[in-house]
Design a protein around this ligand. Structure first.
Ligand code: ADP
Ligand code: MG
Length: 731
C-alpha cells in the first residue's frame, strides 16, 4: 500500500526559502529586492495577495463611457506629452490620448512626470477612474493605471510592485503560480476543524489559495478571500484568547475586600452623583477585584466621561483592603496632572491605620486612622526623594503612587501592590504592562485596569485589546452643553490675519462676558524646542495685537513644574483670561469657565488629539465653541477637520480615524512580529472579527493548549514569535 503524501503546512512553507522555486532562481538578481519587500520564504510569497484584479468582463468601450461614472478601459497610448502649467505654484501636467480603436480618451496626471516614461506611445494599459468631460471631450484625471503587457485571461491578478527593485506584478504572479504548482501534489494542510469549515461553508485552504491568486471568476475571489480573512483573524484571536486564558490560569490574583467603607466614603464626598455608566463600570471592576483571577480590563471612555472617578474607585478598593495602588501615565505632564487632580479628590480622606502604625492596634475594626497618602514619581523626582519614596513604598506607608513609566523601574518595590491603573493613550505596550504585573508581592499578580480616552471601534478593540475585558463609559455626566465646532479655513496665499479675525473677536466677546479661552499652538512633532518657540511667538503676537488688553498666560512643556502649576492655578482661579499653550493641556485640564478652544494649524493634529483638545471646553453650563484654524492642506487633513465639525461623538470619530489611518497603525502599536492582517480589514470585515473571536474562545476553552489542533497552534506560533508562543502554548 502506498502512503499518500502528507499535505504541506504553513509552518513548512515558512521553512522553505523562495529560492527553492526555480522561477525565482531564474531571476536571482531580484531576490534581495524581494526580501526587502518582506518576502523571503515560500509562505511569505503565497501570502502576498493581489492588490486588485483586472476583470476583463467589466471592461468598457470608450465610446460607451458616461461622464461622472467610474469605468475601466483597456486602451493603447496614441501620444503623450508633458508641460508646465502656468498657475502658482507651477505644476507638471502629463497628458495622454489613449484609444481602444473606437474613440479617444484623454488621461491627465498632475505632478507625476514619470508617467511619460511609464506610458510611451504604443503601450497598452488599463485605466480605471472617474470619467470627466473637459472642453467637450472625455477625460480621466489621475486614473489607476496597470500595464498589462501580453497578459491574457479573464481575471488578471495585480500585485503591488516595486519600481525601486524592478519587481513587476508579472514577476510576483509568476512566482506565486510556480509556488502553488509545487504545492499541488501534496496539497495544503487544512488547519481548521471540519465543524468550523462546515459552519461557515468555507472552501479548503488549497482552493482558497488558488482562488485568490488564480481565479477564473470574481466569485471565486470572494469565496477565497472570505476563507483567508477568517484564517488571519482567527490566528490573531487565538493568540489573544490564549494570552488571556493563560494569564488567568497561571497568575494568582488577589481577592480584594470590596466590602470596606473607603470607596463608599469617597463616593459620598463627591460633589455629584455617579452616572449610570460609572456605576455599572465600577461594579464590573468590583466583581473582577473580588474574584480570584487578576483583572485585565480596558476602560474606554470619551473625554470628559468621568474615567478618573472610576479609576480612583478601583485604586481605593486596593487601599481599603490594606494594599497599595499605582497609576501610570504616559507623560510627566499627565502624571503631574493626575497627581494634583487625584490629591484634590481625595483630600481629607482617611484610611484605617495598618497594624503597627497605631500603637499596636489591630487592623480590622480599628478607629485609628491616618490621612491617605498619595505620592508622585517621575523622572523629575530627585534621587534623594526617590530613595525616601522607595522606603515608604516598601513599608506600605504610601497608599497611592502616581507616575510615569519610572514606576516600572526595578528599584521601585511596593509592600503590596493591589491595583494598577494604566492611563494608556495607546502608548504602553504589552511588555510594559507585564513588567508592572510583576510588581505584586508574594507572587500575587495585581489587578490591572487600562484606561483609554481614545475611543476605539468595537471590533478594533477586540483585535487590539482582545486579551482584555472591556468596559465602556458611554454616558456623559449631566449638565454639559454641546460644543459648536468651526473650521476656519485659511486658503493658501490669503491673508491669515484677516481670516482669523472672527476667531479673536469671539474670544474677546467671551472674555467680556466673564469667560475664558484656550489657544493651542501648532504641534511640531520634530522638535519640542521649535514648538515652544512657536508658542512664545504666538503669545507675543496675540498679547501685543489681536488680544491686547486681555490677561494672557503661556504654558509649555519646557517650563518647570512649579511655573506650570502656577500658570494653571492662575487660569483656574480666573486671574488669566486666555491660556496660550502647546499641547500640554491635551488631557486632564478642567476649567468649567473656559468656553473657547482655538487650535492653530489644526491640520497638523490627528482626530483623536483634536477631539481631546476640544474636550477641554464644554465642561460647564455655558455654550462653548471650538475653532480649528487651518489651511485645508491635504485631503486627509480636510477629512479630519470635516469630521470634527460634524461630530462630537468620540466613537463615531474613532470610526472615521480608523477609516483614514487604517488598522496598520493600531496593530503596529500593539503587536510585534509578523503583521498578520494582510487581507483582513477591521472595517470591512467587522462581522468576521466577532466570529473569529467566538471560534477562538470555543477552541481554547475546549482545549487550552490546542493539543488537538497542532496545525493551528503552529500557525499561531508563527504569528506570535517564539518566546510568547512558548509561554502561551507550552505552559
Ligand atoms: P475623563 O478622564 O474621562 O476625560 P474626568 O474623569 O477628567 O473625565 O472627568 C471630567 C469632569 O467631569 C471632571 O470635572 C469630573 O469631576 C466631572 N465628573 C465626573 N463624573 C461626574 C458625574 N457623575 N457628574 C458630574 N460631573 C462628573
Ligand atoms: Mg481624565
Amino acid at each position: 500500500m502506498t502512503e499518500l503524501p502528507r499535505p504541506i503546512s504553513y509552518a513548512e512553507l515558512d521553512e522553505l526559502s523562495v529560492t527553492e522555486i526555480a522561477a525565482v532562481r531564474a531571476k536571482a538578481k531580484k531576490v534581495p529586492g524581494l526580501a526587502e519587500m518582506g518576502v523571503t520564504t515560500v509562505l511569505d510569497l503565497v501570502t502576498t495577495y493581489p492588490r486588485r484584479y483586472l476583470d476583463r468582463t467589466r471592461q468598457e468601450a470608450i465610446r460607451d463611457l458616461r461622464v461622472g461614472v467610474e469605468a475601466m478601459v483597456i486602451a493603447k497610448v496614441a501620444r503623450i506629452a508633458t508641460r508646465r502649467t502656468r498657475g502658482r505654484p507651477p505644476k507638471t501636467l502629463v497628458t495622454a490620448d489613449v484609444t481602444d480603436g473606437h474613440g479617444f480618451l484623454r488621461i491627465t496626471f498632475f505632478n507625476q512626470g514619470w508617467r511619460e516614461r511609464q506610458l510611451p506611445a504604443g503601450t497598452e494599459a488599463v485605466f480605471f477612474g472617474k470619467v470627466d468631460s473637459f472642453q467637450g471631450r472625455l477625460q480621466m484625471n489621475s486614473p489607476v493605471v496597470d500595464l498589462i503587457g501580453d497578459k491574457t485571461g479573464r481575471i488578471v491578478p495585480l500585485y503591488a510592485q516595486s519600481e525601486k527593485h524592478r519587481i513587476t506584478t508579472w514577476d510576483i504572479g509568476g512566482w506565486v503560480e510556480a509556488a502553488l504548482e509545487k504545492c499541488r501534489a501534496r496539497g495544503l494542510a487544512e488547519p481548521l476543524p471540519d465543524a468550523v469549515l462546515d459552519r461557515f461553508d468555507f472552501i479548503d485552504r488549497t482552493a482558497a489559495l488558488r482562488g485568490i491568486h488564480l481565479p477564473s471568476s470574481m466569485t471565486e475571489v470572494t469565496e477565497a478571500r472570505r476563507r483567508l480573512v477568517f484564517d488571519e483573524l482567527l490566528r490573531v484571536q487565538l493568540a489573544l484568547v490564549l494570552r488571556k486564558r493563560a494569564l488567568e490560569r497561571i497568575a494568582q490574583g488577589i481577592r480584594h475586600d470590596v466590602s470596606g467603607e473607603l470607596v463608599g466614603r469617597f463616593h459620598e464626598r463627591l460633589p455629584f452623583g455617579l452616572t449610570g455608566a460609572q456605576r455599572r463600570t465600577i461594579d464590573e471592576i468590583k466583581a473582577d477585584l473580588a474574584g480570584p483571577h487578576p483583572m485585565h480590563r480596558l476602560l474606554q471612555g470619551d473625554v470628559g466621561s468621568g474615567k478618573t472617578v472610576v479609576a480612583v474607585s478601583a485604586l481605593l478598593t486596593a487601599v481599603q483592603g490594606g494594599h497599595q495602588g499605582a497609576l501610570m501615565a504616559p507623560t510627566e505632564v499627565l502624571a503631574e496632572q493626575h497627581f494634583s487632580g487625584i490629591r484634590e479628590l481625595l483630600a481629607e480622606l482617611r484610611v484605617p491605620a495598618r497594624e503597627g502604625e497605631g500603637e499596636g492596634t489591630l487592623f480590622a475594626g480599628t478607629d485609628v486612622e491616618r490621612p491617605l497618602r498619595v505620592e508622585l514619581l517621575t523622572n523629575r523626582t530627585t534621587a534623594a526623594n526617590r530613595r525616601k519614596l522607595a522606603e515608604a513604598l516598601r513599608h506600605g506607608e504610601v497608599d497611592l503612587l502616581i507616575g510615569t513609566h519610572a514606576l516600572i523601574e526595578d528599584a521601585v518595590a511596593f509592600r503590596s501592590l493591589g491595583v494598577v491603573v494604566i492611563d494608556e493613550q495607546h502608548r504602553f505596550g504589552v511588555e510594559q504592562r507585564a513588567a508592572l504585573r510583576q510588581k505584586g508581592a508574594d507572587g500575587a499578580t495585581p489587578d490591572v485596569l487600562v484606561m483609554t480616552a481614545t475611543p476605539i471601534p468595537r471590533t478594533a478593540a477586540m483585535t487590539v485589546y482582545g486579551d482584555l475585558d472591556v468596559s465602556v463609559l458611554d454616558e456623559m455626566p449631566p449638565g454639559r452643553t454641546p460644543i459648536t465646532t468651526r473650521w476656519v479655513q485659511v486658503p493658501a496665499g490669503t491673508d491669515e490675519v484677516e481670516a482669523e479675525q472672527p476667531v479673536w473677536e469671539h474670544v474677546r466677546a467671551e472674555v467680556a462676558a466673564g469667560r475664558q479661552a484656550y489657544v493651542v499652538c501648532p504641534l511640531i512633532e520634530e522638535s519640542e524646542k521649535l514648538e515652544v518657540r512657536s508658542a512664545e511667538e504666538t503669545y507675543e503676537r496675540l498679547d501685543g495685537g489681536e488680544l491686547a488688553g486681555l490677561r494672557l498666560g503661556l504654558l509649555h512643556g519646557r517650563m518647570s513644574s512649579a511655573d506650570k502649576e502656577q500658570t494653571m492655578g492662575r487660569f483656574r482661579s480666573g486671574d488669566l483670561d486666555v491660556l496660550v499653550s502647546t499641547t500640554v493641556i491635551e488631557v486632564g485640564v478642567d476649567v468649567a469657565n473656559a468656553t473657547v478652544m482655538v487650535v492653530l494649524d489644526a491640520d497638523r493634529f490627528g482626530i483623536a488629539q483634536l477631539h481631546q483638545l476640544r474636550g477641554r471646553v464644554g465642561r460647564g453650563a455655558d455654550a462653548s465653541s471650538c475653532w480649528l484654524v487651518a489651511a485645508g492642506a491635504t485631503p486627509d487633513a480636510e477629512a479630519r477637520l470635516t469630521a470634527l465639525v460634524k461630530s462630537t461623538d468620540g466613537f463615531e470619530l474613532a470610526e472615521v480615524d480608523l477609516d483614514l489611518r487604517g488598522e496598520g497603525t493600531l496593530m503596529a502599536e500593539r503587536q510585534k512580529g509578523r503583521n498578520d492582517l494582510k487581507l483582513a480589514s477591521l472595517r470591512r470585515d467587522r462581522e468576521w472579527v466577532e466570529k473569529a473571536r467566538a471560534v477562538a474562545f470555543e477552541l481554547v476553552d475546549a482545549d487550552p493548549d490546542l493539543d488537538a489542533h497542532p496545525l493551528l497552534a503552529a500557525e499561531v506560533a508563527l504569528f506570535l514569535g517564539d518566546d510568547e508562543a512558548d509561554f502561551l502554548l507550552k505552559s
